[in-house]
Design a protein around this ligand. Structure first.
Ligand code: PEP
Length: 250
């Protein structure tokens, strides 16, 4: 059975006070449940707070970004080893906001993916097409290219226990989610594409991300190739995030 997983992406939001309330509520509301796992990915300055608050709970945690380098003259960057040293488990790589706003191309995303693996972190690799690309019927070629770049650079075994997130750019933070059928179609394509490189990759956990809310999570997560979600805005509300996690239970 494939792992089920729901991860929150706080983006650049939070304060010590707001985080404390949110983390307490998550710790109380999310209990171990079968093969379902939960994580929150928070801005770097709050990772210590997140780590301490979630200690002993069913919720793990991760970072939003990682340097492709291990150490050295890279002012402003944070290495995988630094994250790992104090217990970080996941690193998001290739989020569309980083690709679009910070110029991270496929080669850099692949280098960050490899750096995460080198440090013992599990990458959450984000892929997805823009609205223009979807309208030009390029969804599969874009997602296929983004996946191939990482598989070719990192090698198929590095993907085997990584997490993939399909996040159509037009659905992120817009309130307009992909329909379950649209999402399922791309998830099935991605799974097939990975399996063509190595049959073991057919079992990769693939999350859907893009305006997931308590009201649409259940039907999205019911799709055969959707194993959970990467949740942005709704992960800032404990009741919403807990309800979304409940919807991922099988
Ligand atoms: C995200 O930022 O990864 C995301 C899915 O955002 P939202 O849920 O707000 O669309």
């Amino acid at each position: 059975m494939r792992a089920r997983f729901v991860a929150g992406n706080w983006k650049m939001n939070g304060s010590l006070r707001a985080n404390a309330g949110l983390l307490d509520a998550l710790k109380a509301g999310l209990k171990r449940s079968g093969n379902l796992e939960y994580a929150v990915c928070a801005p770097f300055p709050y990772l210590g707070q997140v780590s301490a608050a979630l200690s002993g709970s069913a919720v793990t945690w991760g970072a939003h970004n990682i340097s492709e380098h291990d150490a050295g003259a890279y002012t402003g960057e944070v290495s995988g080893a630094m994250l790992r040293e104090f217990g970080c488990r996941y690193a998001i790589v290739g989020h569309s906001e980083r690709r679009a706003l910070y110029g991270e191309d496929d080669a850099r995303v692949a280098a960050k993916f490899i750096a995460a693996r080198r440090a013992g972190l599990t990458p959450i690799l984000c892929v997805g097409e823009t609205l223009e690309q979807r309208e030009r019927d390029e969804t599969e070629s874009v997602v296929g290219r983004q996946l191939d770049a990482v598989v070719s650079a990192a090698g198929a075994p590095a993907l085997a226990d990584a997490v993939l997130a399909y996040e159509p750019v037009w659905a992120i933070g817009t309130g307009r989610n992909a329909t379950p059928q649209q999402a399922q179609q791309v998830h099935a394509f991605a799974r097939k594409r990975l399996a063509a490189r190595d049959p073991a990759l057919a079992a990769v956990t693939i999350l859907y991300g893009g305006s997931v809310k308590p009201g649409n999570a259940k039907e999205l997560f019911a799709m055969p190739d959707i194993d959970g979600g990467l949740i942005g805005g709704a992960s800032l509300s404990a009741p919403d995030f807990i309800a979304i996690c409940a919807a991922a239970r099988r």
